[in-house]
Design a protein around this ligand. Structure first.
Ligand code: NAD
Length: 349
């Protein structure tokens, strides 16, 4: 990338698609997962805050900031379950990385695609550390925008070989199955969530509904299952029955945020949960035994977006899939911002 501080590299949706296709979709997610693992291992040094959410009747708009003291990042993201019926995305996002030293932005990017990649990479990291060894079959409940990414990240990073799909809307399952054709995964379309869970070692729930939904009920979850609960990520929006939570070992990203947004909003405020980053550093154990039910109550935390932006910045070192944005007003004399405006008027004639 160029060293001109005034010009900020910008990755558009088109360039993001091309960059990811240049690299390979699964390789990109594996790369992002590596950055997430690195950042989870240095978790204590990050600035952390629950995301700043602006709720409305139809959805939420959120800001997700963090910093490791060298770089600062934030993501703008929405969640509007009703959008899909109107032909719009449920989740869209963009984000920025800046230098802590100067405060200048160093990268601006679309993050709708990048969020799907990082969310899948995060599920894969959780699954890698928490699922039973030898897990090979994934049940995927909710076959919308996130679903293929979830399947492919778990294939690449966790050696999943078959995926059992269920969605309340059969057309979503058809779309997902079609998109996964030729991926090397054995794909089974299921008529009920119960059927999807038959023989599954891991289940990812990624449905979108702004209510306390019961995507997984107690009788569906047997001993040894690992659950990635991804879709419950807002106050009043959950997927997993409380009784399952009570028999699970629950792992979260950042407890103060997950208590507000995650499945555990259904539990007492002091119900014990474990922090995923501590499993990666070895400070706490992961899965206790083959019988344990492990739940990754994933709501999406700012550090994962920061990791994804760091991955992107490094990927652009060897790629020209970006434009340069004239985003920083930076006169030669830093105090003469007004003079810069006058000189431009003179140039305009
Ligand atoms: P989407 O709207 O594209 O797909 C959601 C799918 O869920 C749809 O196909 C819908 O038919 C299905 N669905 C709704 N209710 C269902 C039910 N009761 N049973 C089965 N299927 C049902 O949404 P998306 O972009 O794929 O996102 C899925 C969820 O993941 C959203 O709730 C979103 O907010 C969340 N999300 C979480 C993270 C995270 O980091 N945890 C990141 C991105 C998205």
């Amino acid at each position: 990338m160029k060293d001109n501080l005034n010009m900020v590299p910008f990755v558009s949706v088109e360039n993001m698609m091309r960059l990811v296709l240049d690299i390979g979709i699964e390789t990109a997610m594996e790369g992002i997962a590596g950055y997430i693992e690195d950042d989870f291992r240095r978790w204590p040094l990050f600035d952390k805050t629950p995301r700043v959410a602006s709720h409305s009747q139809d959805g939420v708009i959120e800001l997700m900031p963090t910093s490791d003291g060298i770089d600062y990042g934030f993501k703008y993201v929405n969640g509007h379950p009703k959008n899909m019926k109107e032909g719009l995305q449920t989740v869209t996002a963009f984000g920025l990385l800046a230098s802590v030293e100067t405060g200048y932005p160093v990268l601006l990017s679309e993050m709708t695609l990048l969020t799907a990649l990082r969310t899948a990479a995060t599920s894969a990291v959780a699954t890698k550390y928490l699922a039973r060894k030898g897990s090979s079959c994934l049940a995927l409940i909710g076959n919308g925008a996130q679903s293929e990414f979830q399947a492919l990240a778990l294939k690449r990073i966790c050696a999943i070989t078959s995926v059992r799909l269920y969605d309340a809307d059969r057309a979503a399952t058809r779309k997902c199955a079609r998109n996964l054709e030729g991926s090397g995964l054995e794909v089974v379309e299921c008529a009920t969530p119960q059927q999807a869970l038959e023989g599954a070692d891991v289940v990812t729930t990624c449905t979108a509904d702004k209510q306390y939904a019961t995507i997984l009920s107690d009788n569906m979850v047997g001993a040894g299952l690992h659950i990635n609960g991804i879709g419950g990520d807002c106050p009043g929006k959950t997927e997993i029955h409380r009784d399952i939570l009570l028999r699970s070992d629950i792992y979260v990203e950042y407890p103060p945020q997950t208590r507000i947004e995650g499945e555990i909003q259904q539990l007492e405020a002091d119900h014990p949960v474990k922090e995923l980053w501590q499993v990666l550093t070895g400070e706490i154990e992961g899965r206790a035994n083959e019988q344990a039910i492990t739940l990754f109550d994933g709501v999406g935390f700012a550090i994962e977006d920061f990791s994804a932006l760091r991955w992107l910045r490094d990927a652009l070192e060897t790629s020209d899939r970006y434009d340069e944005l004239d985003m920083i007003a930076d006169p030669d004399d830093p105090r003469d911002l007004y003079g810069m405006l006058l000189r431009e008027r003179a140039r305009m004639g």
